[in-house]
Design a protein. Sequence first.
Length: 208
Amino acid sequence: MAQCTSSEATRHFSPAAGLAALGVHLRQIDLFGPIRAGVKIAQKTVKYAPIDKLYDAFISILAGAHGLCEINTRLRSDVALQVAFGRSACADQSVVQATLNAGTTEQVTQLDQALTTIYRKHAQGYAHDYTAAWQILDADLTGLPCGKKAACASKGYFPKQRYRRGRQLGRVLATRNHEIVVDQLGGGPTYVRTALRPLITAAEQIWS
């Protein structure tokens, strides 16, 4: 008698079904491609390549993680979400942190260039029809209180929080499209009058 075997397709379930659908779309348009091609971190590959660990961090941010410490609970425990984004497994949060720590100013510059490429390719703001209407930009700062040891942390103005240390997040928004064009992080005492020109210059470089 011939031996019969059968197997069921592997099924995965995720509490983040909407994000899983987004992951499939981002794979189709290869959104992460410019980062994969342009960001090179000098770190030995043991189990996961540095770019794979950056990808895991990116997915975790989309999943709502407030820090890398949540990678294990937000992504590593969710196999279906990993598969949707094209990952067969997820690096441990400590390994991802080590990769980010290995980055230098050079990698930040590479990432900035890759993000500019992504914006130019996919953003509605970059494809704005100037013959139909003006592009309206909004530049502002948002205070981000933080601990003393955080990068760029210094005493500054934070509403209703005297003597608090923190940073200022400067952003340029394309208001018609509700898109963030530029993100820049400054020290606590940074003011709009000093941050405005660099923010607008950075926006001009993206559109040039």
